[in-house]
Design a binder for this molecule. Structure first.
Ligand code: PLP
Length: 405
């Protein structure tokens, strides 16, 4: 394993050579891709392109090998017990829809309950809402405390209502707060619930050992983990994946089709209807293989240093409402300039070539509870540097001066 060298790390992202004057702090939305990922995708299309699992010819067999190797690599990356536990899909949203819909036919019956938290991304709210309403299942929401953390007392109490499923985010995409997922999963399991973790932000922050975490499902999107868009992972324990009714029918996911009926394939193919995103899976495995070469603890410490520097700088700017806490934070800061709309602040930063996101960050219920129009979100990645922190603080100071002049 190589020590983490920030300059060398950043140097592997060609994006910054083409955009040297931009400070990119919208990493929670999507990350840039290192050359290793771009090269792997290009090499697949240039040299190996063929469809998988079906061709009699050697080119298809090569493509199948590369695609299935990607599954193995990703299984190793998260220490999944079995390779079939890695189901490829288009991203966290697709995976959560598959879980929400898939369980309605098997685990969840009318009168049952599903528990989520008030800190969820829409992707972990709307699929449950859609299917709960349709199947007569009740959706309960754990409220937040006054620090914008999930209220653990309320969580314990709501588990007494015996939800069949508990679905929660590992890390808030708005605030960056790291949830006590290990403890919450253990509590949910003790209450008899199936556990779902939305790991779209969690997988980015830390190494995740699926066997140690022991959630039934853990989902994420490739594009937030240095990989391409259009690919993601639905990890599930084998028994949990077997409970899912496929959301899509078609080729690949069947073992036999008659006009009278069809028989489904074995895992993971049962949940991967149609031609998969072959190059995407190969690109995502290239990302995880590349990331595994670097000491991730050092990456975490580096990001914590940038975050600390940013929070220190914020103390010198008057008129801010900071929503995020620096404690247990994965590198995201949501804030508002008092009395100003977050979109205006984000636009003034954009004019200074600081890329942030302003708005509700796919978490409308969270902002409704606070009575806020949204927030400006600064999200850090290991390719950011101290100059990015300084420039973004200067740009924010300037934005505040303009708005409050
Ligand atoms: C916590 C969380 N969950 C789910 C999603 C949805 O991811 P995608 O749009 O890639 O499916 C996101 C994306 O921002 C996220 O941050």
């Amino acid at each position: 394993m190589l020590p983490f060298d920030p300059v060398n790390f950043r140097g592997q992202f060609e994006f910054f050579q083409h955009n040297p004057d931009w400070v990119y702090l919208d990493n929670a939305a999507t990350m840039h891709k290192p050359n290793a990922v771009i090269d792997a995708i290009t090499a697949f299309y240039q040299r190996n392109n063929s469809n998988v699992h079906r061709g009699a010819h050697s080119l298809s067999q090569n493509a199948t090998r590369a695609f299935e190797q990607a599954r193995d690599d990703i299984a190793t990356f998260v220490n999944a017990r079995e390779r079939q536990q890695i189901v490829f899909c288009s991203g966290a949203t697709a995976a959560l829809n598959q879980i929400a819909f898939g369980l309605m036919h098997t685990v969840l019956k009318a009168g049952d309950r599903v528990l989520i938290t008030a800190l969820e991304h829409h992707a972990n709210i709307v699929p449950w809402q859609m299917h709960c309403a349709r199947f007569g299942v009740t959706l309960d929401v754990v409220p937040l405390d006054n620090q914008h953390q999930v209220d653990q007392q309320a969580f314990s109490e709501m588990l007494q209502r015996k939800p069949k499923v508990v679905s929660l985010s590992h890390i808030s995409n708005v605030l960056g707060h790291i949830q006590p997922v290990v403890q919450m999963i253990n509590q949910a399991k003790a209450a008899g619930a199936l556990t779902v973790v939305d790991g779209a932000q969690g997988i980015v922050h830390d190494s995740i050992d699926m066997q140690a975490l022991d959630a039934d499902f853990y989902v994420w999107s490739g594009h937030k983990l240095f990989g391409p868009t259009g690919i993601g992972v639905l990890y599930g324990k084998t028994a949990a994946l077997e409970l899912l009714t496929p959301i899509f029918g078609g080729g690949e996911m069947i073992s036999e089709v008659q006009f009278s009926h069809s028989l489904f394939n074995i895992l993971p193919f049962r949940l991967e209807a149609g031609t998969p995103d072959i190059a995407g899976a190969i690109g995502l495995a290239a990302a995880t293989n590349w990331l595994q070469k670097v000491n991730r603890n050092e990456i975490k410490n580096y990001k914590a240093m940038l975050l600390n520097q940013f929070f220190e700088g914020l103390k010198r700017i008057d008129g801010l409402d900071i929503l995020s806490s620096p404690v247990h934070n994965a590198g995201i800061v949501a804030l508002n300039v008092q009395g100003e709309h977050p979109a205006d602040v984000a636009e003034l930063l954009n004019q200074q070539k600081v890329a942030v996101r302003g708005g509700q960050h796919c978490a409308m219920p969270f902002f409704s509870q606070l009575g806020l129009a949204g927030a400006v979100r600064f999200s850090f990645a290991p390719y950011n540097n101290e100059a990015d922190v300084t420039t973004s603080l200067q740009a924010l100071t300037q934005a505040v001066e303009i708005l409050t002049a």
